[in-house]
Design a protein around this ligand. Structure first.
Ligand SMILES: [Zn+2]
Length: 157
């Protein structure tokens, strides 16, 4: 079945069901279709108003732009940071790094422990450097332990 919107020669519009488009054409040719309002047999298909917008069609959502995968490790983050850093800043940081390496003891990931020991007098007062997590750094700061953080940028490029 097919629904056609029809219009008679007097301008009345009405809808009528047909078995198929051929069935409509046959009936139309033989003037078998009468206007539902005035009975006029001179009918033609009215142009269906196109249905655009008004919540009908779903506009396909644009695919989100591919976002670069976040650096997985702190080291990669710092390396990425170093790449976008002005040359002077990078050189200054490398200088600080060299200074720290020369005058301080590297304690690696025991930094938080050692910093605490020094702070509470359990260990010799000395300069140390190493790595620590954000959580540890926050804890140290809350305990009033002095320390500095600097991007430990890789040497070379
Ligand atoms: Zn009519």
């Amino acid at each position: 079945m097919i629904l056609y919107r029809l219009r008679c020669s007097k301008g009345h519009e009405f809808e009528s069901w047909f078995k198929d488009s051929k069935s409509y054409e046959r009936q139309e040719k033989k003037s078998l279709i009468g206007c539902a309002v005035c009975g006029d047999a001179k009918v033609a298909r009215a142009i269906m108003s196109p249905r655009i917008g008004k919540g009908g069609e779903k506009v396909e959502a644009e695919a989100p732009a591919p976002t670069p995968a976040p650096p997985s490790t702190e080291q990669q983050k710092v390396a990425a940071l170093a790449r976008h850093m002005p040359k002077e800043l990078r050189e200054a940081l490398l200088k600080v790094r060299a200074e720290v390496e020369k005058s301080c003891e590297h304690v690696g990931d025991r930094f938080a422990d050692e910093a605490r020991k020094i702070h509470y007098g359990e260990s010799d007062k000395r300069g140390i450097y190493g790595e620590t997590t954000d959580e540890e750094a926050t804890a140290l700061a809350e305990e009033g332990i002095e320390f500095g953080r600097l991007p430990w940028i890789p040497r070379g490029n």
